[in-house]
Design a protein around this ligand. Structure first.
Ligand SMILES: *Cc1c(COP(=O)(O)O)cnc(C)c1O
Length: 335
């Protein structure tokens, strides 16, 4: 059975505008005097402006509907792109959405608290529980689920970032899409660069590529944890996902590589190199990155180009996982 046939066994609903484009970045490439640069536009996957969670939600929400759930329940930071896309997916299929937003002490500006992703959650009609700094997300989640069940509801719980086996399937499909695009462009990239947060994006991409016998390296740029913690998180999820689709051990431990040097002082906190990358991409390519994920990942890409990791004949693909909406939450911090 081919991977295409294997993937057809899993229910999926249509939420994203796919395939997302693979575009060259000639002006950035010229400025950096590096390899040929490409950008995979998963920032414009269509649902409520877009982002990488939409691909995951195509599988997650399909499962929720299959299980006859009547609401989606998830959690994340105040400016979580995942929570926003989940609220949008719920609205699209007619489920209610309950979201827990954690105050991780990133910022007290009103833009951070009420603009950007937060605003869009409200517009999609999600029920939002905004936690105080001292409250724990996982405890609040247990309480919320308990109270929903007590009231006879049928909640479908989506983990933070949509990163479980089911969500990771979305990035197996993305890997298949990428290989098609590489063959159309007649390129074999030297490396694929992706932000690595809850891990489902990197894990799914790796499983998809390796299951198709493709050994293009994937470099995750960490946005929260140390290298060892993040690599293990991604590796565990990749193994579980590979088992789930019937390709056990297609991903080796050595396939999982995370660079943690661009995290800065922590999750959600802007770095100087991240802010510089945001300006560079905006001014040279009209690409809008975000401070939490793609700006830091792009800072990693720029660092590796300066450090001569690539030859000028190489092709490097940057996965733009979205986050555009989050820019508005960081308005003061970006100016
Ligand atoms: C969630 C997110 C990521 C990280 O993806 P994971 O699958 O959680 O590792 C990257 N970029 C953006 C914009 C995101 O919202």
């Amino acid at each position: 059975m081919t991977l295409t046939e294997t993937m057809k066994r899993f229910k999926r609903i249509d939420l994203a505008h796919l395939p997302s484009r693979l575009e060259p970045m000639p002006r950035l490439q010229e400025r950096l005097e590096g390899p040929s640069l490409w950008i995979k536009r998963d920032d414009i996957t269509g649902l409520s402006i877009g982002g990488n969670k939409t691909r995951k939600l195509e599988y997650l929400v399909a499962e929720a509907l299959e299980l006859n759930a009547d609401c989606l329940v998830t959690l994340g930071a105040i400016q979580s792109n995942h929570v926003r896309q989940t609220a949008a997916a719920a609205a699209r299929v007619g489920l209610e959405c309950f979201s827990i937003l954690e105050d991780r002490g990133v910022s007290n500006t009103s833009n951070y608290k009420y603009n950007g992703n937060y605003l869009i959650n409200v517009l999609h009609g999600a029920h939002i529980e905004l936690l105080h700094k001292s409250e724990s997300g996982s405890e609040s989640m247990s309480k919320l689920l308990e109270s929903l069940l007590r009231n006879g509801r049928r909640p479908y719980r989506i983990p933070s970032g949509g990163s479980n086996v089911m969500g990771s399937l979305g990035y197996i499909t993305c890997a298949m899409e990428l290989l098609d695009q590489f063959s159309k462009e007649d390129i074999i990239p030297r490396e694929i660069i992706v932000p690595s947060g809850s891990g489902g994006t990197q894990a799914g991409l790796l499983v998809g590529l390796r299951a198709m016998g493709c050994d293009i390296p994937v470099l995750g740029i960490g946005v929260r944890a140390s290298q060892s913690v993040q690599e293990l998180r991604v590796y565990d999820l990749a193994c579980a996902t590979a088992n789930f689709i019937g390709y056990p051990s297609c991903v080796s431990r050595a396939d999982v590589v995370v660079d943690d040097r661009h995290v800065g002082t922590g999750y959600g906190l802007i770095t100087n190199t991240g802010a510089e990358a945001i300006s560079l991409f905006a001014q040279l390519e009209a690409q809008l990155l975000d401070p939490v994920y793609t700006g830091k990942a792009a800072a990693g890409l720029i660092h590796h180009i300066h450090a001569k990791r690539y030859n000028s004949s190489d092709h490097v693909v940057f996965i733009h996982t979205g986050g555009t909406v989050g820019l508005f939450g960081y308005a003061e911090m970006l100016q």
